[in-house]
Design a protein around this ligand. Structure first.
Ligand code: SAM
Length: 226
């Protein structure tokens, strides 16, 4: 299945190719016990999880990355596989998924990875996490206005929030107020196609500090999005 990386112009060394093989086997094994991903087919896993996640790898240099709602590790674990200089924090609300992430990172021999079994909005006021990161990624977690409130508080000023989306046009318009209030500004949108399906990476730069009152509780964020 490694030819799929080549098809999408992704050049990987032997170690990374081997790591994706281990990742695939662990996903299959754990998916039988816990529902880690709805995608089961090998090609689909390589395409919709690995290739899709890696589309953002070129947007990061080293530094500290926090991934919100990691689930089976996407997109941040594939990014870490190809860029070991990233210091990674995975935030995932579901305990079983964190158990999988722990086994996964151990089997991949990844260093500098923390797995936090909490909700993003519950740790974003902790000084160990707040405004400490260079990058924040998230895929398939919430609409952009809600997601921005989860993610932007973790970034240092100048840091980048990279949201993996399908077509984010309407979501971006809807999130304009949230970005202004939370201190974010859309820097660019990277568009590409995966087997004919449009994908977009929305890169949002944090241009000023986020007021202390954000994020609010999850109930308030969802009931009354910015
Ligand atoms: N990012 C992965 C991917 O793209 O395959 C998982 C996506 S899954 C649909 C969404 C995940 O986000 C779930 O595992 C859920 O538990 C987690 N999640 C949702 N809201 C969260 C929050 N506020 N903080 C932490 N995790 C959250």
């Amino acid at each position: 299945m490694n030819e799929i990386f080549f098809e999408y112009g992704i050049d990987l060394d032997e170690k990374s190719i081997k790591s994706f093989g281990i990742y695939y086997r662990l996903l299959k094994e754990y998916n039988e016990k816990f529902n880690i991903t709805a995608i089961e087919d090998e090609r689909e896993i390589y395409l919709k999880h690995f290739v899709d996640s890696l589309s953002g790898a070129e947007l990061l240099t080293g530094g500290k990355l926090i991934d919100i709602g990691s689930g089976g590790g996407f997109p941040a674990v594939p990014i870490k596989i190809v860029n070991d200089s990233v210091d990674l924090t995975l935030v995932e609300a579901t305990g079983k998924k964190c158990d999988f992430l722990k086994v996964l990172c151990e089997n991949l021999g990844l260093k500098d990875v923390k797995i936090v079994n909490k909700r993003a909005e519950d740790i974003a006021h902790d000084i160990n996490f707040r405004e400490k990161f260079d990058y924040c990624t998230a895929r398939a977690v919430a609409k952009l206005n809600i997601l921005s409130e989860y993610c932007l508080p973790f970034l240092k000023t100048g840091g980048k929030f990279i949201a993996y989306k399908a077509d984010a046009g309407d979501e971006l318009k809807e999130a304009a107020n949230a970005l202004r209030v939370l201190g974010g500004k859309t820097e660019k949108i990277k568009k590409f196609s995966l087997d004919g399906a449009e994908r977009q990476l929305i890169v949002i730069e944090k241009i000023k500090r986020t007021e202390e009152k954000y994020p609010r509780s999850n109930g308030r964020i969802r009931k009354n999005p910015l």
